[in-house]
Design a protein around this ligand. Structure first.
Ligand code: NAP
Ligand code: HSE
Length: 436
């Protein structure tokens, strides 16, 4: 058998320890498939004394992770630390500049610095691979870049954050509180080091920006993702969605459409109401699902575990197998110079049905004020429900939930602008689109 692929591992947390366990458990199978063994040579984490449930004795230990890139006995560096900048980025730059193959699960770094790192990888003729960065264990990067390479991808969308999906589906099935479910997701190893990245939609936006580049051949544009998270979703919204035959999911969606004769990239991460008949409605727990629509293959659905040690390690090691086999392809499927910088689309032109939840003072004229704003902005209302309080609780705000007919988002934005500052509203309205 040929010489092993010698790797250095930075980060021994949920994913890093998972990679070591996987290589130990399936080493022979992996060596047979890769054509050579994958051998861990050196590792690094912050705390050398921490019990990680794995034996680190066979591996050299480095206190400074950037030192991994300088080791002469290493062919590939694997970064499983996290953070868009700081030590992870320094390691990536050093490893690639030094001609080492590089694998990471770090979507934040790829979303922010992927173009720079891909340029470096191309210059040095080495791999930059990040299958685990998008949708955990699902081989969606490979699926789009290789399996669907013959297609023009029209649209890509899906559930890209396991933590949010776990929280929403647990709230839905158990009626549990947001905070308690978030704590469970952290304990299960799904959440980012800073969980606000999960619940505010930032993690899903990182992944969507990467997917867009692969799917449409556009330059990675994280800043262009219109992002909102799930922190405002209440038990009342979940119950209301259920009554309307929907579930609430955090969904990322991207496409490229012409505006004024120019291609424009639309990228959005937002909680949406998904019709219970739609395939995404059945995706629960930390599961992710990505739908890609190709002009010859049709609709592809990739589904699987989006977070956790085993699934994420599976994707990291798949990248290593690729490298061991000598598969070095452009990191974003096209050479960096061919990735087209594409201006963001105008979301106002999108046509959707929308769910709008108002929290209002329970007094005469409030509904009339809201519906007048909708009328004046040209928003057509499909249904409207007010949940009143008993008479002895009349000072409490009440919820008014409206579903609109299909219409441009700019019309809803104008209606809400008219209502801004109205004493009738006790908080900003929450708007969610309906899909399915
Ligand atoms: P984690 O459990 O917090 O592990 C991070 C590891 O990095 C720890 O071993 C930590 O050391 C080490 N570390 C942190 N700062 C360091 C430094 N300055 N120098 C050396 N080591 C340092 O994180 P994780 O969940 O495994 O995530 C790792 C990466 O994978 C992140 O980019 C994340 O976004 C990505 N990812 C995670 C998942 C998932 O399900 N968890 C899924 C897909 C992608 P100590 O252990 O000594 O503290
Ligand atoms: N925090 C991420 C999630 C990990 O919950 O999906 C997988 O990328």
């Amino acid at each position: 058998m040929t010489a092993p692929l010698r790797i250095a591992l930075a980060g021994l947390g949920t994913v890093g320890a998972g990679v070591i366990r996987l290589l130990e458990a399936n080493g022979d199978l992996i060596a047979a498939r890769a054509g050579r063994p994958i051998q861990v040579v050196a590792v690094c984490a912050r705390d050398r004394g921490k019990d990680r449930g794995i034996d680190l004795a066979p591996y050299a230990w480095e206190d400074d992770m950037t030192a991994l890139a300088a080791r002469g006995d290493v062919d590939a560096v694997v970064e499983l630390v996290g953070g868009s900048d700081g030590p992870a980025l320094a390691l990536a730059r050093n490893a690639l500049a030094g001609g080492k193959q590089f694998v990471t699960a770090n979507k934040a770094m790829i979303a922010h610095h992927g173009m720079e790192l891909a340029t470096l990888a191309e210059e040095k003729g080495v791999a930059l691979k990040y299958e685990a960065a998008v949708a955990g264990g699902i081989p969606v990067i490979k699926g789009l870049a290789e399996g669907a390479a013959a297609n023009r991808i029209e649209r890509v969308y899906g559930i890209l954050n396991g933590t949010c999906n776990y929280i929403l589906s647990q709230m839905e099935s158990t009626g549990a509180d947001f905070g308690d479910v978030l704590k469970d997701a952290q304990e299960l190893g799904y959440a980012e080091a800073d969980p606000t990245f999960d619940i505010e939609g930032v993690d899903a936006a990182h992944k969507l920006a990467i997917l867009s580049a692969i799917a449409f051949g556009t330059a990675v544009d994280f800043a262009g993702v219109d992002t909102s998270g799930i922190t405002r979703i209440s038990a009342a919204d979940i119950a209301q969605a259920d009554a309307l035959g929907h579930v609430i999911r955090l969904v990322g969606i991207a496409d490229v459409q012409e505006e004024g004769g120019e291609p424009r990239l639309f990228q959005r991460v937002q909680p949406v109401l998904v019709d219970k008949e739609h395939p995404l409605a059945a995706v629960d727990g930390p599961t992710n699902a990505v739908v890609a629509e190709g002009n010859f293959v049709g609709r592809l659905l990739f589904e699987g575990a989006g977070a956790g040690d085993g699934p994420t390690a599976s994707a990291v090691v798949a990248d290593l197998v690729d490298i061991a086999r000598g598969n070095v392809t452009p990191p974003f499927s096209l050479p960096v110079s061919a990735l087209a910088a594409t201006a963001p689309a105008d979301p106002g032109q999108r046509v959707n049905r929308a769910y709008i939840r108002f929290s209002v003072a329970d007094r005469p004229g409030v509904l009339a004020e809201i519906t007048a704003a909708m009328r004046d902005a040209g928003v057509s209302i499909e249904s409207i429900i007010q949940h009143g309080h008993p008479a002895d609780n009349g000072d409490e705000p009440v919820l008014v939930v409206m579903v609109t007919h299909d219409g441009p988002e700019s019309a809803i934005a104008s209606a809400l602008a008219m209502l801004e500052g109205s004493p009738a509203l006790t908080e900003a309205p929450l708007v969610m689109r309906l899909i399915g």
